[in-house]
Design a protein around this ligand. Sequence first.
Ligand SMILES: [Zn+2]
Length: 81
Amino acid sequence: MTDHGSVEHESPDLVGLLTGELPRDQTLAAARHLEGCAKCAHELADIVVAHAALRSSSRVSGLLEEDEEDVETAANTTATG
Ligand SMILES: [Zn+2]
């Protein structure tokens, strides 16, 4: 079965692109690909939404830990200052 009508499609590493783990040349290639490929652009949008949901849920515990450290630092500063 030959498929002459379809252009060879090589999906860029969208997750790597999002997390910034992609090498610079691949990031640029992926960006160029997304400009002309609505399918991958749509897929990237889905991944961004999923990634944002994950980040917002983990951010809550991260903030709590940061707050604890801040309180400790503030207490030390107050004690010495
Ligand atoms: Zn594509």
